[in-house]
Design a binder for this molecule. Structure first.
Ligand SMILES: Cc1ncc(COP(=O)(O)O)c(C=O)c1O
Length: 401
């Protein structure tokens, strides 16, 4: 067992020595490096951007640009013009779905394909369009081993499909989907969207390898602030699209009776953006680089996953949704226990300072398909230790007794 080298970088644990935080899938704790950079920024450099005539504004503009340059590098985008900042993953997809509709990419009768494991953020915006303009929304099944059912995909991928929108990693099962398979089967006339909200904290995400047309994620799950989301889109498509939102800074000119939308990416970013939250994303990615990147995260995650999968075997009444292959999962585990409600389990664990989440984890169609009304989810990250896992299982054993 290797010693945890990262925990001391996170002040929350110094200030709450008894804390066993097993809820990173909901949101990640922030390293000192991010927290201090945010404080320094407010103390030294903060001003509104796009007003270049004075130094503070120039500095803030540079921070905003550098943040996008870092995102570009992390996801292997071609240009920062392809990177749009929004509020979170939910907003990113709402903007995208409605902009595709108002730009004529989606019309009545067109079909959107999702997986049954999607988070609600990648379901509800499409259901809204179903209600508004009459698109169809269909779900691809998963197989017993929780991989995508490619036979079901090929059956449902008919001429009406104009959008495929899949998560790269499930926030319930931790399963990593092999999305590179999809683009090999994808037609030119289909837009391929990837939800990277759970993958980007854990693994290298590469829009070119995925051959995606759009990709989105939420910054707080990768150690930056809440209320910042990233929407990346291929420039060739984005530049032909109208934005569903408009207003200040998203325009080239405005007259009394008309306006022209601005160039990319401002067209999709009306109003004053979250400059300081953009800084936190820059710093969070710098922090990942400083700990030797995703290689370090993935090496540690293999160790903790292996350990957790062994510990599960000690409690026969405990059911994991789902027992996936070590190499195709991240460190997210959803459980149910015979004869216990998952909310009661989460409350009992909370009494022992162990933080987990219970419910359907914003993936109700998956819960319905599996016939499991509620689970409690334990999720790990670089600041978790083997002792955290031991405490979780010891407490579960006590609860069962
Ligand atoms: C896979 C996935 N997509 C999207 C989201 C939505 O993130 P946000 O609530 O920050 O918009 C989540 C949050 O749990 C998620 O796990």
């Amino acid at each position: 067992m290797s010693k945890n080298m990262f925990k001391s970088d996170f002040p929350i644990f110094e200030n709450n020595p008894w804390l066993v935080y097993l809820d990173t899938t909901a949101t990640a704790q922030k390293p000192k490096y991010v927290i201090e950079a945010l404080c320094d920024f407010y103390k030294k450099d903060y001003a509104n951007i796009h007003r270049w005539s004075y130094m503070l504004s120039e500095k803030s503009e540079e921070v905003y640009d550098n943040s996008k340059k870092k995102v570009k590098k992390f996801i292997n985008a071609s240009s920062i013009q392809e990177i749009i900042y929004t509020y979170n993953a939910n907003y990113a997809l709402n903007i995208l779905a409605c902009s595709l509709e108002c730009s004529g990419y989606l019309k009545s009768g067109d079909k959107v394909l999702l997986t049954i494991t999607e988070h609600h953020s990648n379901i509800v915006p499409w259901l809204n369009l179903k209600e508004k303009i009459g698109i169809e929304v269909e779900f691809i099944a998963i197989k017993d081993d929780f991989s995508l059912d490619m036979d079901d995909f090929e059956k449902k991928y008919d001429d009406k499909v104009k959008v495929i929108s899949f998560t790269q990693v499930s926030n319930v099962t931790g399963e990593i989907y092999d999305l590179e398979k999809i683009w090999k089967l994808k037609r030119e006339d289909t837009i391929f969207i990837v939800d990277a909200s759970q993958s980007i904290p854990h693994m290298q995400v590469d829009v070119k390898k995925l051959n995606a047309d759009f990709l989105f994620f939420t910054a707080h799950k990768v150690m930056a602030e809440t209320w910042l989301g990233v929407l990346w889109g291929k420039k060739e498509i984005l530049s032909n699209m109208k934005s569903v939102f408009s207003g200040g800074w998203a325009i080239n000119w405005v007259k009394e009776d008309s306006y022209r939308q601005a160039a990319l990416p401002s067209r999709f970013e009306p109003g004053t953006p979250h400059i300081s939250w953009a800084l936190t994303l820059l710093k969070a990615f710098e922090y990942i680089e400083s700990i030797w990147g995703y290689e370090a995260i993935e090496t540690y995650d293999r160790e903790l996953i292996k350990y957790t999968l062994e510990k599960i075997k000690e409690i026969p009444e405990l059911h994991l949704v789902w027992w996936t292959n070590l190499d195709s999962r991240i460190w997210v585990f959803s459980f149910y226990l015979d004869n216990f409600h998952s909310l009661d389990i989460a409350e009992k664990l909370a009494e022992a300072n162990i933080c987990v989440r219970s419910g359907q984890h914003c993936a109700e169609p998956l819960a319905l398909r599996l016939g499991i009304s509620s689970t409690f989810r334990m999720s790990l990250y670089i600041y978790n230790t083997f002792e955290d896992i031991d405490l979780f299982f010891e407490e579960l054993k006590k609860i069962i007794k």
